[in-house]
Design a protein around this ligand. Structure first.
Ligand code: PLP
Length: 394
């Protein structure tokens, strides 16, 4: 639906005619799809006739979600997976052969870090980390003849690194390599990497896209040739497919995504401004703040800064955990991108897989606290924060 607005597409793109007509895409809770006759089965399997074959690699509800996501991310095709990590793994499995390499910013989610650092060598492949991802020269220096793609998570979790996507795209094109963007934190409502020069986009749909912490999911949006290759040779034999119910929950999430992201961005700005002015805070990582080094990159590539932020408390690891325990409206959980505000302690949870040195390089200190700001009333969030800080004395 190239001529329609984002929210119209988020509700209608990829629609398939269902009989009898239904307001919502039905949940096809089925692993197989009976054929009229043997001829039809053969035609569907050979691709001569459109249709569904077996639930591990296709399902009508999942198909509707894939089409909608492809439309929203401006790609030819998309393939959904059981989780964000499954999507990243399927991509690596498809694009890499033994001896091949990935070049990635080291500012990535802990699971991605683990997959690249521990999982890739088990496949005879490896990552070349870019430890200064602000510098395009550092990216260029990490590329070798074995590099098969560039991977960047932007904004990154939890350090809020923002990549200059057009600059990385120029570099990738000069080396004839695809640029893959993990767009989980921004979502296509705020950032559309393909329009900025990226070649593929992946998401953990578990986060803002689903929006209410009810289902794990992931998706790869990209050229049809790659997506269908992953369907035929990846998901079909490895098996991490998205469940039909989860696709349905994600379709529902997409309908309100743009509205929710507006509110997430508003609330996050209110909280970040409050934290920045607080005397118990060393610094705040939120690109919406003018003081943030990435602030200038936002306007040309993002409609808003989403709602993930991190900040360092003055004091020790114990002070950070005391503060976390004092919060009442915020939920303490290892999640982000959901309607409810969440507080997380990355060093002891999401990023504990990183060693001390790697954590330091990735900007994660023992008193760093991560917030995923939800869509509650902003004054209630500020009151909760004020009370938690006051437990240290006014
Ligand atoms: C940016 C990012 N990418 C990928 C993932 C992995 O997603 P999932 O938990 O759905 O496997 C996460 C999880 O937090 C994430 O934050």
């Amino acid at each position: 639906m190239p001529t329609k607005g984002f929210t119209t597409k988020a509700m209608h793109a990829g629609e398939i005619k269902f009989h009898p007509e239904s307001m919502s895409v039905p949940i096809y809770q089925s692993v197989a799809y009976p054929y009229e006759d043997a001829r039809e089965a053969a035609e569907i399997f050979s691709g001569d006739k459109p249709g569904y074959t077996y639930g591990r690699w296709d399902n009508p509800t999942v198909d509707a979600f894939e089409r909608r996501m492809a439309d929203l991310e401006n790609t030819e095709s998309a393939i959904a997976a059981a989780s964000g990590m499954a999507a990243i793994f399927l991509l690596c499995h498809h694009l890499l052969e033994p001896g091949d390499e990935v070049v990635s910013s080291n500012r990535v989610y802990g699971g991605t870090f683990g997959l690249f650092d521990i999982g890739l060598p088990r496949m005879g492949t490896k990552v070349n980390w870019v430890t200064q991802p602000d510098s395009v020269d550092a990216w260029a220096a990490a590329i070798t003849p074995q590099t098969k793609f560039l991977f960047v998570e932007t904004p990154s979790n939890p350090a809020l690194f923002i990549a200059d996507i057009p600059a990385l795209s120029t570099l990738a094109k000069a080396h004839n390599l695809p640029l893959v963007v993990d767009n989980t934190i921004a979502t296509p409502a705020l950032q559309q990497p393909i329009l900025l020069g990226a070649d593929m986009v992946i998401h953990s749909t578990t986060k803002y896209i689903c929006g209410n912490a009810t289902s794990l999911g992931g998706i790869i949006c990209g050229p049809k040739e790659i997506v269908e290759g992953i369907r035929q040779n990846g998901i079909r034999y490895l098996g991490p497919s998205m469940a039909p119910l989860n696709a349905w929950l994600n379709l529902n999430g997409l309908e309100t995504l743009a509205l929710r992201m507006d509110r997430h961005c508003h609330n996050a700005m209110v909280v970040a401004t409050f934290l920045e002015g607080h005397d118990k805070v060393n610094y705040v990582n939120y690109p919406g703040l003018e003081s943030n080094p990435y602030h200038k990159l936002i306007k040309p590539q993002m409609k808003g800064c989403s709602s993930l932020m991190s900040f360092e408390m003055k004091g020790s690891y114990e002070d950070a955990t005391k503060f976390i325990d004092a919060l009442k409206v915020f939920t303490h959980a290892t999640h982000l991108g959901t309607n409810k505000s969440i507080v997380t302690h990355p060093a002891s949870t999401t990023h504990s897989v990183l060693g001390e040195e790697e954590m330091r390089k990735a900007g994660i200190s023992p008193s760093l606290i991560r917030f995923s700001i939800g869509i509650e009333d902003d004054e209630d969030l500020i009151a909760d924060l004020t009370e938690a800080f006051d437990t240290f004395g006014k």
